[in-house]
Design a protein around this ligand. Structure first.
Ligand code: NDP
Length: 283
Protein backbone atom coordinates (compact mmCIF):
# COMPACT_ATOMS: atom_id res chain seq x y z
CA UNK A 1 0.00 0.00 0.00
CA UNK A 2 1.24 3.51 -0.84
CA UNK A 3 2.62 5.32 2.24
CA UNK A 4 1.31 8.85 2.65
CA UNK A 5 3.26 11.97 3.62
CA UNK A 6 2.53 15.67 3.43
CA UNK A 7 3.82 19.15 4.21
CA UNK A 8 1.85 21.32 6.62
CA UNK A 9 2.03 25.09 6.34
CA UNK A 10 0.01 28.27 5.99
CA UNK A 11 0.25 29.39 3.23
CA UNK A 12 1.29 26.20 1.44
CA UNK A 13 0.18 26.42 -2.21
CA UNK A 14 3.65 27.72 -3.21
CA UNK A 15 5.47 24.73 -1.67
CA UNK A 16 7.96 22.88 -3.86
CA UNK A 17 8.12 19.95 -1.42
CA UNK A 18 5.52 17.73 -3.17
CA UNK A 19 7.48 17.94 -6.44
CA UNK A 20 10.80 17.33 -4.68
CA UNK A 21 9.57 14.26 -2.80
CA UNK A 22 7.81 12.86 -5.88
CA UNK A 23 11.12 13.11 -7.75
CA UNK A 24 13.02 11.44 -4.87
CA UNK A 25 10.45 8.63 -4.68
CA UNK A 26 10.61 7.99 -8.42
CA UNK A 27 14.43 7.96 -8.42
CA UNK A 28 14.63 5.65 -5.38
CA UNK A 29 11.77 3.32 -6.37
CA UNK A 30 9.82 4.17 -3.20
CA UNK A 31 6.02 3.89 -3.24
CA UNK A 32 4.91 7.09 -1.51
CA UNK A 33 2.33 9.84 -2.02
CA UNK A 34 3.16 13.35 -0.79
CA UNK A 35 0.69 16.25 -0.68
CA UNK A 36 0.60 19.90 0.41
CA UNK A 37 -1.77 20.38 3.39
CA UNK A 38 -3.04 23.79 4.39
CA UNK A 39 -3.58 23.83 8.17
CA UNK A 40 -5.56 26.60 9.85
CA UNK A 41 -3.28 28.93 11.82
CA UNK A 42 -4.94 27.74 15.04
CA UNK A 43 -5.58 24.20 13.78
CA UNK A 44 -2.17 22.53 13.42
CA UNK A 45 -2.56 19.80 16.11
CA UNK A 46 -5.96 18.88 14.73
CA UNK A 47 -4.64 18.71 11.16
CA UNK A 48 -1.81 16.42 12.29
CA UNK A 49 -4.24 14.21 14.24
CA UNK A 50 -6.52 13.88 11.23
CA UNK A 51 -3.62 13.03 8.91
CA UNK A 52 -2.36 10.38 11.38
CA UNK A 53 -5.85 8.91 11.80
CA UNK A 54 -6.09 8.60 8.01
CA UNK A 55 -2.87 6.52 7.99
CA UNK A 56 -0.29 9.26 7.32
CA UNK A 57 3.27 8.08 7.98
CA UNK A 58 5.07 11.39 8.27
CA UNK A 59 5.07 15.08 7.45
CA UNK A 60 7.20 18.10 6.81
CA UNK A 61 6.35 21.28 8.65
CA UNK A 62 6.93 24.81 7.45
CA UNK A 63 6.02 28.39 8.42
CA UNK A 64 4.36 29.08 10.87
CA UNK A 65 4.17 25.66 12.57
CA UNK A 66 7.76 24.58 13.31
CA UNK A 67 7.68 25.56 17.00
CA UNK A 68 4.23 24.02 17.44
CA UNK A 69 5.47 20.81 15.84
CA UNK A 70 8.32 20.84 18.35
CA UNK A 71 5.82 21.00 21.22
CA UNK A 72 3.58 18.35 19.66
CA UNK A 73 6.39 15.80 19.30
CA UNK A 74 6.45 13.01 21.88
CA UNK A 75 10.11 12.22 21.05
CA UNK A 76 12.76 14.53 19.60
CA UNK A 77 16.03 14.00 17.80
CA UNK A 78 18.99 15.71 19.42
CA UNK A 79 19.24 18.22 16.58
CA UNK A 80 15.53 19.10 16.89
CA UNK A 81 15.90 19.52 20.66
CA UNK A 82 18.83 21.87 19.99
CA UNK A 83 16.99 23.79 17.28
CA UNK A 84 13.82 24.25 19.35
CA UNK A 85 11.87 23.63 16.15
CA UNK A 86 10.74 20.65 14.09
CA UNK A 87 10.45 20.46 10.30
CA UNK A 88 10.04 16.69 9.99
CA UNK A 89 7.54 14.45 11.77
CA UNK A 90 7.37 10.65 11.68
CA UNK A 91 4.28 8.87 13.03
CA UNK A 92 4.67 5.46 14.60
CA UNK A 93 1.64 4.27 16.57
CA UNK A 94 1.11 6.76 19.38
CA UNK A 95 4.59 8.24 18.95
CA UNK A 96 5.17 11.51 17.13
CA UNK A 97 8.89 11.72 16.38
CA UNK A 98 10.14 15.25 15.71
CA UNK A 99 13.34 15.99 13.80
CA UNK A 100 14.92 19.05 12.24
CA UNK A 101 16.74 18.60 8.94
CA UNK A 102 17.12 22.29 7.99
CA UNK A 103 20.62 22.75 9.44
CA UNK A 104 21.93 19.50 8.00
CA UNK A 105 20.47 20.50 4.63
CA UNK A 106 22.20 23.87 4.78
CA UNK A 107 25.56 22.35 5.66
CA UNK A 108 25.31 19.66 2.96
CA UNK A 109 24.51 22.31 0.35
CA UNK A 110 27.45 24.46 1.41
CA UNK A 111 29.96 21.65 1.90
CA UNK A 112 28.98 19.14 -0.81
CA UNK A 113 27.18 21.11 -3.52
CA UNK A 114 29.15 24.35 -3.22
CA UNK A 115 32.38 22.64 -2.24
CA UNK A 116 33.04 24.98 0.68
CA UNK A 117 34.59 23.13 3.62
CA UNK A 118 33.70 24.58 7.04
CA UNK A 119 36.78 23.49 8.98
CA UNK A 120 38.95 26.42 9.96
CA UNK A 121 36.65 28.96 8.32
CA UNK A 122 35.49 32.26 9.81
CA UNK A 123 31.71 32.08 9.58
CA UNK A 124 29.24 34.93 10.02
CA UNK A 125 25.60 34.02 10.57
CA UNK A 126 23.22 36.93 10.02
CA UNK A 127 19.94 36.61 11.93
CA UNK A 128 18.91 34.93 15.15
CA UNK A 129 15.49 33.51 14.31
CA UNK A 130 14.40 29.91 13.83
CA UNK A 131 16.49 29.21 10.74
CA UNK A 132 19.66 30.58 12.37
CA UNK A 133 19.05 28.52 15.50
CA UNK A 134 18.56 25.33 13.48
CA UNK A 135 21.80 25.94 11.56
CA UNK A 136 24.08 26.46 14.54
CA UNK A 137 24.79 22.92 15.73
CA UNK A 138 25.50 21.51 12.22
CA UNK A 139 27.70 24.54 11.44
CA UNK A 140 29.67 24.14 14.68
CA UNK A 141 30.09 20.43 13.99
CA UNK A 142 32.03 21.45 10.88
CA UNK A 143 34.68 22.91 13.22
CA UNK A 144 34.99 26.46 11.97
CA UNK A 145 37.70 28.72 13.40
CA UNK A 146 35.07 31.29 14.38
CA UNK A 147 31.30 31.62 14.29
CA UNK A 148 29.80 35.03 14.93
CA UNK A 149 26.05 35.67 14.98
CA UNK A 150 24.92 39.22 14.14
CA UNK A 151 21.33 40.29 14.54
CA UNK A 152 19.23 43.46 14.39
CA UNK A 153 18.17 42.71 17.97
CA UNK A 154 21.67 42.11 19.36
CA UNK A 155 20.42 40.54 22.60
CA UNK A 156 18.93 37.63 20.63
CA UNK A 157 22.28 36.96 18.92
CA UNK A 158 24.09 37.08 22.26
CA UNK A 159 21.57 34.68 23.81
CA UNK A 160 21.87 32.29 20.88
CA UNK A 161 25.68 32.27 21.08
CA UNK A 162 25.47 31.59 24.81
CA UNK A 163 22.98 28.75 24.26
CA UNK A 164 25.37 26.94 21.91
CA UNK A 165 28.64 27.73 23.69
CA UNK A 166 28.58 24.38 25.46
CA UNK A 167 28.52 22.22 22.36
CA UNK A 168 31.01 19.43 22.77
CA UNK A 169 32.79 18.93 19.49
CA UNK A 170 34.67 15.95 18.15
CA UNK A 171 38.46 15.93 18.49
CA UNK A 172 38.26 18.90 20.84
CA UNK A 173 39.05 21.09 17.85
CA UNK A 174 36.89 24.02 18.85
CA UNK A 175 36.57 25.86 22.11
CA UNK A 176 33.41 27.70 23.08
CA UNK A 177 35.36 30.97 22.86
CA UNK A 178 35.04 30.99 19.06
CA UNK A 179 31.26 31.43 19.25
CA UNK A 180 30.09 34.98 19.68
CA UNK A 181 27.06 37.13 19.03
CA UNK A 182 26.09 40.78 18.87
CA UNK A 183 24.95 43.65 16.69
CA UNK A 184 25.68 44.54 13.07
CA UNK A 185 27.77 47.47 14.38
CA UNK A 186 30.14 44.95 15.98
CA UNK A 187 31.08 43.68 12.53
CA UNK A 188 33.19 46.77 11.78
CA UNK A 189 36.79 45.77 11.04
CA UNK A 190 36.00 42.03 10.85
CA UNK A 191 36.06 39.79 7.79
CA UNK A 192 34.65 36.33 7.13
CA UNK A 193 35.13 33.45 4.69
CA UNK A 194 31.48 32.37 4.76
CA UNK A 195 28.58 34.76 5.37
CA UNK A 196 25.16 33.14 5.73
CA UNK A 197 22.03 35.27 5.59
CA UNK A 198 19.38 33.75 7.87
CA UNK A 199 17.42 36.99 8.24
CA UNK A 200 14.16 37.55 6.43
CA UNK A 201 15.36 40.99 5.25
CA UNK A 202 15.57 39.77 1.64
CA UNK A 203 11.81 39.11 1.73
CA UNK A 204 11.16 42.84 2.06
CA UNK A 205 14.05 43.72 -0.26
CA UNK A 206 15.90 45.54 2.55
CA UNK A 207 19.69 45.85 2.51
CA UNK A 208 21.54 44.79 5.65
CA UNK A 209 23.94 47.20 7.39
CA UNK A 210 27.12 45.33 6.43
CA UNK A 211 30.42 47.23 6.84
CA UNK A 212 33.04 47.40 4.05
CA UNK A 213 35.66 44.67 4.07
CA UNK A 214 33.29 42.08 5.57
CA UNK A 215 33.78 39.58 2.75
CA UNK A 216 37.27 38.05 2.81
CA UNK A 217 39.07 37.17 -0.42
CA UNK A 218 37.50 34.00 -1.87
CA UNK A 219 34.47 34.25 0.43
CA UNK A 220 31.08 32.64 -0.13
CA UNK A 221 27.88 34.61 0.55
CA UNK A 222 24.92 32.29 1.13
CA UNK A 223 21.31 33.46 1.33
CA UNK A 224 18.85 30.98 2.86
CA UNK A 225 16.17 32.69 0.81
CA UNK A 226 15.74 31.76 -2.85
CA UNK A 227 13.76 32.98 -5.81
CA UNK A 228 13.94 33.74 -9.48
CA UNK A 229 17.43 35.14 -9.99
CA UNK A 230 19.67 36.87 -7.49
CA UNK A 231 18.24 37.74 -4.06
CA UNK A 232 18.77 41.27 -2.62
CA UNK A 233 21.37 39.86 -0.18
CA UNK A 234 23.29 38.15 -2.99
CA UNK A 235 23.35 41.39 -4.97
CA UNK A 236 24.58 43.30 -1.92
CA UNK A 237 27.25 40.70 -1.14
CA UNK A 238 28.51 40.67 -4.74
CA UNK A 239 28.71 44.48 -4.75
CA UNK A 240 30.65 44.35 -1.46
CA UNK A 241 33.24 41.89 -2.77
CA UNK A 242 31.99 38.34 -2.07
CA UNK A 243 33.75 35.99 -4.48
CA UNK A 244 30.79 33.58 -4.78
CA UNK A 245 27.08 33.91 -4.03
CA UNK A 246 24.43 31.21 -3.59
CA UNK A 247 20.76 31.12 -2.66
CA UNK A 248 18.91 28.65 -0.44
CA UNK A 249 17.36 26.43 -3.12
CA UNK A 250 20.00 23.78 -2.49
CA UNK A 251 19.24 23.93 1.24
CA UNK A 252 15.57 23.31 0.46
CA UNK A 253 16.38 20.22 -1.61
CA UNK A 254 18.97 18.90 0.87
CA UNK A 255 16.70 19.28 3.92
CA UNK A 256 14.06 17.37 1.95
CA UNK A 257 16.57 14.60 1.18
CA UNK A 258 17.37 14.35 4.91
CA UNK A 259 13.65 14.13 5.73
CA UNK A 260 13.22 11.41 3.08
CA UNK A 261 16.02 9.51 4.80
CA UNK A 262 14.33 9.86 8.21
CA UNK A 263 11.15 8.30 6.80
CA UNK A 264 12.44 5.78 4.27
CA UNK A 265 16.02 4.99 5.34
CA UNK A 266 17.24 5.92 1.84
CA UNK A 267 19.18 9.12 1.08
CA UNK A 268 18.17 10.29 -2.39
CA UNK A 269 20.59 11.85 -4.85
CA UNK A 270 19.85 15.56 -5.19
CA UNK A 271 21.80 16.92 -8.17
CA UNK A 272 19.17 16.31 -10.88
CA UNK A 273 16.28 17.40 -8.65
CA UNK A 274 18.03 20.64 -7.78
CA UNK A 275 18.85 21.34 -11.44
CA UNK A 276 15.20 20.71 -12.44
CA UNK A 277 13.92 22.98 -9.70
CA UNK A 278 16.37 25.69 -10.73
CA UNK A 279 15.12 25.48 -14.32
CA UNK A 280 11.46 25.72 -13.19
CA UNK A 281 12.23 28.70 -10.97
CA UNK A 282 14.00 30.55 -13.79
CA UNK A 283 11.21 29.91 -16.34
P1 NDP B 1 12.37 34.33 11.74
O1 NDP B 1 11.16 35.17 11.59
O2 NDP B 1 12.42 33.29 12.82
O3 NDP B 1 13.66 35.28 11.95
C1 NDP B 1 13.83 36.40 11.15
C2 NDP B 1 15.20 37.00 11.39
O4 NDP B 1 15.38 38.03 10.42
C3 NDP B 1 15.39 37.64 12.76
O5 NDP B 1 16.71 37.45 13.17
C4 NDP B 1 15.11 39.13 12.47
O6 NDP B 1 15.77 40.01 13.36
C5 NDP B 1 15.71 39.26 11.10
N1 NDP B 1 15.17 40.37 10.30
C6 NDP B 1 13.92 40.48 9.79
N2 NDP B 1 13.82 41.63 9.06
C7 NDP B 1 15.04 42.23 9.11
C8 NDP B 1 15.57 43.43 8.56
N3 NDP B 1 14.82 44.23 7.79
N4 NDP B 1 16.86 43.74 8.82
C9 NDP B 1 17.63 42.94 9.58
N5 NDP B 1 17.18 41.78 10.13
C10 NDP B 1 15.90 41.44 9.90
O7 NDP B 1 12.60 33.65 10.28
P2 NDP B 1 13.30 32.26 9.95
O8 NDP B 1 14.51 32.16 10.79
O9 NDP B 1 12.30 31.17 9.99
O10 NDP B 1 13.69 32.45 8.39
C11 NDP B 1 14.74 33.31 7.99
C12 NDP B 1 14.99 33.17 6.49
O11 NDP B 1 15.45 31.87 6.16
C13 NDP B 1 13.73 33.40 5.63
O12 NDP B 1 14.10 34.17 4.50
C14 NDP B 1 13.33 32.00 5.20
O13 NDP B 1 12.64 32.00 3.97
C15 NDP B 1 14.68 31.32 5.09
N6 NDP B 1 14.63 29.85 5.22
C16 NDP B 1 15.02 29.08 4.15
C17 NDP B 1 15.00 27.70 4.21
C18 NDP B 1 15.43 26.90 3.02
O14 NDP B 1 15.20 25.67 3.00
N7 NDP B 1 16.08 27.49 2.04
C19 NDP B 1 14.55 26.99 5.44
C20 NDP B 1 14.18 27.89 6.52
C21 NDP B 1 14.22 29.26 6.40
P3 NDP B 1 15.10 40.45 14.79
O15 NDP B 1 15.39 39.33 15.74
O16 NDP B 1 15.80 41.71 15.12
O17 NDP B 1 13.63 40.62 14.51
Amino acid sequence: MTDRYCVFGNPIAHSRSPAIHAAFAAACGQDIAYAACLAAVDGFPQAVAEFCAAGGKGANVTVPFKEEAFRLSTRLSERAARAGAVNTLAFNGAEIFGDNTDGAGLVRDIAANLNCALAGQRILLLGAGGAARGALAPLLAGQPAELFIANRSADKAEALAAAFADIALPQGGLSAAVIGGGSFAQLAGKSFDLVINATSASLSGQALPLPPGLFAAGSLAYDMMYGKGETPFMAQARAQGAARCADGLGMLVEQAAEAFFVWRGVLPKTTAVLADLRRQLAA
